[in-house]
Design a binder for this molecule. Structure first.
Ligand code: TRP
Length: 436
């Protein structure tokens, strides 16, 4: 088994975590859930539950050196073999992939729009461009979706690790730089303060069970937790190296991306008098406006931005399938090629079905809406609860301590242990019960 190099491991996990979750999903979820209330719960959930479960996944993967399914099977005490079915969480990765690549396809469409010089200049054109695209141009959506899936299949067939390491090394810093630039530019706009207030001025009137559950889900989504991605990447992590520190740095970097994306997007949403709660299209309406507002330089920045974001998304997308792939390869002895064809194939078909039925809604959401909602808000956090209970209650404390390899000690270990035993599982379950 080939192990990750230290840099390779950090880049692969960061590549998985940083993607559309921070830049597309976080702003629109914040907009739909009333701003500050969502940001507040998200922040707490991210720092308390997110980072803790991130560490749980690392411990599991690092200790077992196995795929997610086998990990839960191997570590379960004799009378608790049923725990292995926790491994089923790997399927949610396929479901998430199926809608994630559709969004990447939309981004690709916008990339070509930039190249064509077709960035909208006013709010009206930006809005109609978006609605006409998602509701009318099914051919292009299917085409871009196919192209993205094909790229993902290619990256996967190369063996995820090497291809991804190299890409991330250039593109992640580029994305960060562009965002810092965009943030600076936003700060010069009059509507920046409005954006800032929307995100950070206390307003607890918007706080309710739905906001809480969705904010917790967003924290899991953004950190790639609850599918076994971090677990799978950690099963070949380097033996040495302060991986707790890496986890925290990656998480904080991701957090910074979320906040920057929120601040930038809402500055322009308010600046143009648009609606913060316009859903998945929010970023597709605001970003083009930002770039066209910047004039000629905006076109170049837009080009770099969409390219970097699409690649950041691809490194996330391929990671979602890895737990399922690792299971198929190790359990059925399938070749990588066969495995990829199978997993990418299922996700592709699901994506096409959802695209073709895009205009059909049941209870306010279309199929994508449901895939997204059920996976992020329920499946991922519940998988997190499962892992916390497994590690906090089923395994003996000294075993868990040994799993930390000496990298989590004293008060840090105790605090983390307390969070995964009590705070995270109880917090998540109580939030979900309140929703009912
Ligand atoms: N975290 C990624 C993002 O924010 C998405 C992602 C990658 C993911 N792997 C995952 C989400 C596993 C949930 C589970 O874009």
């Amino acid at each position: 088994m080939t192990r990750f190099s230290k840099a390779g491991y950090v880049l692969a996990t960061a590549g998985s975590a940083i993607g559309l979750g921070a830049i597309w999903k976080f702003p629109y979820m914040t907009g739909q859930n009333g701003g500050m209330a969502f940001v507040l719960v998200f922040t707490l959930a991210f720092l308390l539950f997110g980072i803790s479960v991130f560490i749980v996944e690392i411990f599991f993967g690092r200790t077992s050196g196995q795929n997610a399914f086998k990990t839960f099977e191997d570590l379960a005490p004799k009378n608790m073999r049923f725990l292995k079915f926790g491994g089923l969480m790997i399927f949610s990765g396929v479901l998430i992939f199926s809608f994630y690549v559709v969004v990447l396809g939309w981004l690709l469409h916008y990339l070509f729009l930039v190249i064509d010089g077709g960035l909208p200049k006013s709010l009206d054109t930006a809005q109609s461009l978006w609605t006409e695209f998602v509701s009318g141009e099914i051919f292009y959506q299917l085409l871009w979706h196919f192209v993205i899936v094909a790229i993902c299949a290619y990256v996967l067939s190369k063996g995820v690790k090497k291809g991804i390491e190299r890409l991330n090394l250039i593109l992640m810093p580029l994305l960060l730089l562009i965002f810092i630039g965009l943030l600076g530019y936003s700060m010069l706009q009059d509507s920046f303060m409005q954006s800032f207030e929307f995100l950070f001025t206390p307003d607890f009137s918007k706080l309710n069970a739905k906001v809480i559950v969705e904010a917790i889900g967003q924290a899991f989504f953004s950190l790639s937790l609850g599918v076994g991605v971090i677990l799978t990447y950690s099963n070949t992590m380097p033996k040495e190296g302060n991986f707790i520190r890496y986890a925290i740095i990656i998480a904080l970097l991701n957090f910074v991306f979320c906040l920057m994306a929120g601040l930038v997007v809402f500055t322009f949403i308010f600046g143009y008098g648009a609606e913060p709660s316009s859903g998945p299209g929010l970023v597709f309406i605001s970003l083009p406006l930002i770039f066209s507002h910047m004039g000629t330089a905006g076109e170049i920045i837009a080009l770099l931005f969409f390219i970097a974001l699409i690649f950041a998304g691809i490194t996330s997308a391929v990671s979602m399938l890895e737990p399922f792939n690792a299971y198929l390869m190790e359990h059925f002895y399938w070749s990588r090629k066969k495995t990829n064809l199978f997993s990418v194939g299922i996700a592709y078909i699901l994506g096409v079905i959802a695209l073709l039925s895009e205009s059909l809604t049941f209870f306010d959401k279309n199929l994508f809406g449901w895939f997204d909602y059920i996976t992020s808000s329920f499946m991922l956090p519940l998988a997190g609860v499962f892992m916390c209970i497994y590690m906090g209650w089923v395994l003996k404390k000294d075993k868990v301590y040994a799993m930390s390899g000496g990298y989590l000690k004293g008060i840090y270990f105790q605090t983390w242990y307390f969070i995964i035993r009590f705070i995270a599982p109880i917090g998540i379950i109580v939030a979900m019960i309140n929703l009912i």
